[in-house]
Design a protein around this ligand. Sequence first.
Ligand SMILES: Nc1ncnc2c1ncn2[C@@H]1O[C@H](COP(=O)(O)OP(=O)(O)OP(=O)(O)O)[C@@H](O)[C@H]1O
Ligand SMILES: [Mg+2]
Length: 345
Amino acid sequence: MEAINDIGGPAQPLLAIRGLQKHFPLKKDPLGRGGGVVRAVDGVDFEVLKGETLGVVGESGCGKSTTARLLMQLIAPTAGEVIFDGRAVGSRDLPLKEFRRQVQMVFQDSYASLNPRLTIEDSVAFGPQVHGVARNEAVHRARDLLARVGLEPQRFAERYPHELSGGQRQRVNIARALALQPRMVILDEAVSALDKSVEAQVINLLLDLKAEFGLTYVFISHDLNVVRYMSDRVMVMYLGQVAEIGPSNALYEAPAHPYTRALLSSMPSMDPDHRTEEAALAGDPPNPINPPSGCRFHPRCALAAPVCSQQVPARVIAGAQQAVSCLIHEPGSGHPMAQALAQAA
Ligand SMILES: Nc1ncnc2c1ncn2[C@@H]1O[C@H](COP(=O)(O)OP(=O)(O)OP(=O)(O)O)[C@@H](O)[C@H]1O
Ligand SMILES: [Mg+2]
């Protein structure tokens, strides 16, 4: 584990996730059939370093939002722990209320996140007041932040959410997240619903605010191009687990996990010389109620060997310093390509 923790240089982790699991129980039918659990997040370990942006990618249903909700303590984990700046979240060292001030979240749906009966100034000032900031000071802070996200307070402060465009509402949500002066912001598809030109503006705003306030981001998105642009490191999830995690450039230029390669090859490339030979992903991921044995990706993997359905891959360092869970990269795993690798070394 030591080596994995060192990835990304000497920066200290702001957030450390250990053995995180979320199993949603399924209802039984009236005859008592069914039941079981959805293994939405199933043994996830990673760290977010101070000041970095960790991108999170993976197909729909792979557990990105559930991971985000677990990080935020919006839902209780089945197992595992969340450690923030060296302190266990929810312990006496770091009560939930204090953690909730330091970590904020922005969701995809800009409208649902805002109270339709509050002016945007009141929306932004609301959080700080709940946390004990005096009304005057909270309003002052709200106006500052509205200006900072490009919504001139004179024009916008008194407006209601329905009077704004989607892009403007998402700026309000960002201002609202920052009003508590958090250290970390989790962005779950926060720009995905915006038009391309508005999306680019909001992305650049997020980068500016990060530099200005010294923030740390977890940036979840379907858009692999946007994730690359935003992120220092990227985590690739598959069926509730981490397939690969590592520095952005390394991961995009030399992906180690066959799933990462397939995911990237399904990405539209601007450069015709750069298209990979790899088959793009076919079909949907299997059901997380009954995930495949061994490596969960094996039924869809072009490089699967018999061992892949029998053995759960460990996390090893591969390629240009990514951590990857794939038997091909595990010396002596019994995968024919792993042996070749061991002989070559
Ligand atoms: N409250 C719930 N009860 C039961 N199953 C759930 C619940 N929330 C999520 N799931 C299931 O958990 C799995 C992971 O869902 P999650 O929303 O975390 O995926 P995601 O990676 O965010 O997907 P998307 O890219 O579509 O946003 C899915 O199979 C989903 O159906
Ligand atoms: Mg999601």
